[in-house]
Design a protein around this ligand. Structure first.
Ligand code: PHE
Length: 343
């Protein structure tokens, strides 16, 4: 009996001191394992007299149950302590998570990428030019001299700075100066698209902004004709608007092309019948285009008897508006997330 009490006291004391899973396991082996103290006593019962065996057996069994219970209790206690330590030192895992803001591409960037992909598939390379441009490239080199009425339709922001007291600079009004810039640096064959921001001194309204994104298209080679221009524009419209949107060519005038054309795409709402959205036209103008003027080819040093070319230019905002049914161009740069998140 004395023996059992000793065992109980020792076991209790050691259990209270065990504060790690390994210590608990060592304790279990020492008392309740196959060679444990309590197990040994229960095993040795067979050698005792009946009376003694009953008494000791019952007490030893009780002790085993008691120690098993104590072990389970200590285990739970240690787990609680561990969890409490975690909770105290770390985050509250029951708080709702903070959603991370996922960015996205601006609708104009998306449409521009699709436009460039379409032209890339047709073999056009991409080039860029400066947004702050010389008056020369923006106007004079494109056959728009100072007195020309086209200057009035393209009034813009001029810079005070003048190099050599002479050469004026402005925010480019279109991407067409890059026709000249690219031809000055490259020989035909040329297939190039030039995307970029352009600026005009505009009163803004639903269809006008003082900054828009344009894409210039230029192809120069032997034997380039208007047919190539038409096919290229039809293919471009097909890539952006789908299979079933016919295009329309009409005469137009731009000083740097001859002949010049305006390209329109059939209205997606009325399919050419005429409705409010297309001003009863049935078609929506998207692009200026034409054959590169002979004088321009000569001015960049090309043999204009050998080479011909076509050029086209359009606004990406307008393409995106037609594509998505957006009715006010000012939405693009209004920084309203309710609008931007739709794309
Ligand atoms: N640059 C002209 C504009 O902004 C468009 C154009 C480009 C026309 C190329 C013909 C050829 O209005």
């Amino acid at each position: 009996m004395v023996n059992l009490d000793d065992i109980r006291q020792r076991a209790r004391a050691e259990l209270a001191a065990a504060d790690a899973p390994e210590a608990l396991e060592a304790w279990r082996l020492a008392y309740l394992g196959r060679r444990g103290a309590v197990t040994q006593i229960l095993r040795g019962l067979g050698e005792l007299a009946l009376e003694e065996r009953r008494r000791l057996g019952a007490t030893a069994n009780d002790l085993r149950a008691e120690l098993e219970g104590a072990l389970a209790g200590r285990q739970t206690e240690l787990e609680r302590v561990a969890v409490a330590a975690l909770e105290a030192g770390a985050i509250d895992v029951t708080l709702p998570g903070r959603p991370s803001l996922v960015g996205r591409l601006h609708p104009i960037t998306q449409t521009l990428q699709d436009v460039l992909t379409a032209f890339g598939a047709m073999g056009f390379q991409i080039a860029e030019g400066p947004e702050v441009e010389w008056e020369y490239y923006n106007f004079d080199a494109l056959r728009i001299p100072k007195h020309h009425p086209a200057r009035d339709t393209m009034d813009t922001f001029w810079l005070d700075y003048r190099r050599d007291g002479e050469r004026a600079m402005l925010l480019r009004t279109h991407t067409s100066p890059n026709q000249i810039r690219f031809m000055e640096k490259h020989e035909p064959p040329i297939r190039v698209v030039v995307p970029g921001r352009t600026y005009r001194y505009e009163a803004t309204d639903a269809t006008h902004e003082w900054m828009i994104t344009q894409v210039e298209v230029l192809a120069v080679d032997e034997g380039i004709t208007m047919r190539h221009l038409k096919w290229t524009m039809a293919e471009f419209v097909r890539a952006i608007f789908g299979e079933d949107r016919p295009i329309r060519f009409r005469c137009d005038h731009f000083p740097f092309v001859e002949p010049g054309a305006e390209v329109a795409v059939q209205c997606g709402l009325c399919r050419g019948e005429g409705c409010r959205s297309c001003g009863n036209e049935g078609y929506l103008e998207i692009c200026g285009a034409g054959m590169v003027h002979r004088e321009i080819l000569e001015n960049v040093g090309y043999d204009a008897d050998r080479y011909t070319g076509f050029a086209a230019g359009f606004g990406v905002e307008r393409i995106a508006m037609l594509r998505h049914g957006i009715e006010d161009i000012r939405l693009f740069y209004g920084n309203d997330l309710r609008f931007l998140r739709q794309f």
